[in-house]
Design a binder for this molecule. Structure first.
Ligand code: SF4
Length: 327
């Protein structure tokens, strides 16, 4: 199947003074099929938000390409590019409060994108805004309220309506549940799941909580220090993680189901994610990996299919033999 969105070798570096560079994202390739939800997980500082922003053009690419429905997107967006692609690619942000203009009503915020370069909003804006406020579970009466009158969950519903009213083909959800209480997180996940089913949305769902993302994702990609370390079907990655970092993440995340939580074997996350400044050769997880070998410190493992696993499963780790090439 042709990918709806495809990143090929996407790299985003931020130069610092004295010749140093932050390697926020390095050579990441990921294809997302139409109507697929891919969960992108990793700790804070792993580069997942930078990758999501680079996909939708909020960051220039240092290297690599992004394709949307087979069309190559610009390396650096102009204002005209933002207008052209905003209808097709949208972003839902982590902090629903700081991403909403406090001086605008909910109705103005949700309808704002419909202008897209026109000085006047379409004549049916009020009706479309009302329909979307109902669709995200708020109701039309919310149109006259201001962001400070809303709870965190309600603000995130406004952010979702604002992104989806443009009927984009691809949406990056950048930690949309991280700032919310656990019970509200589950409501927002259920809403996104329902919208995905009814609208056929294609989503990249960024989060650090692997257990919550698994419910909404078809596949999961795990990112560590700017690189993907494991990709595969969501249940396989969650319940049978292969990469030592994924195993650590899976074991450290609380399970929403109390019975599973009681039976879970906990492995504490050891150490902190190292600095992304001037990252060298070798496995990036070597300084924290309980199974590190000599080869790990000198040779960078490639993300590839491994022997004995379906091709849909890819891991970047020297513990696994690569799948032999077909003859
Ligand atoms: Fe650990 Fe080596 Fe695998 Fe990296 S490549 S995760 S250091 S075993």
């Amino acid at each position: 199947m042709t990918a709806l969105v495809e990143a090929r070798g996407v790299t985003k570096h931020f130069p610092l003074r004295r010749g140093k560079t932050i390697h926020a994202v390095d050579d990441v390739s990921l294809a997302i099929a139409p109507r697929e939800i891919v969960g992108l997980v990793g700790e804070s500082g792993s580069g997942k938000s930078t990758f999501g922003r680079t996909l939708v053009g909020l960051h220039d690419k240092t290297a690599g390409e992004v394709f949307l429905e087979g069309q190559r997107l610009p390396r650096r967006y102009t204002t005209a590019d933002f207008r052209r692609y905003a209808r097709r690619m949208q972003m839902i942000f982590q902090d629903p409060y700081s991403s909403l203009n406090p001086r605008m009503t909910v109705g103005e915020i949700v309808g704002e994108g419909l202008r897209l370069g026109d000085s006047r909003a379409p004549s049916n804006t009020r009706e479309r805004v009302g329909r979307w406020l109902e669709r995200v579970g708020l109701g039309r009466a919310f149109a006259s309220r201001y962001p400070h009158e809303l709870s965190g969950g309600q603000r995130q519903r406004v952010g979702i309506a604002r992104a989806l009213i443009l009927e984009p083909t691809f949406v990056v959800c950048d930690e949309p549940i991280s700032a919310l209480d656990v019970s509200v997180q589950a409501q927002i996940v259920r809403l996104l799941e329902e919208l995905k089913r009814s609208l056929g949305l294609t989503l990249l769902f960024i989060a650090h909580d692997l257990s919550m993302v698994r419910y909404v994702s078809d596949r999961m990609a795990v990112m560590y220090l700017g690189s993907l370390v494991e990709v595969g079907p969501a249940d396989d990655v969650s319940f049978r993680p292969l990469h030592p970092y994924t195993r650590m993440l899976a074991a450290s995340n609380p399970e929403p189901d109390p019975r599973s939580e009681r039976e879970r074997r906990t492995i504490p996350i050891v150490g902190e994610i190292p600095s992304p400044v001037n990252v060298g050769a070798g496995c990036r997880f070597a300084s924290r990996c309980p199974e590190v070998m000599d080869v790990c410190r000198s040779t960078t493992p490639l993300l590839q299919a491994v022997a004995g696993e379906p091709a849909s499963r890819q891991v970047a780790c020297h513990l696994y033999e690569p799948e032999p090439a077909a003859t």
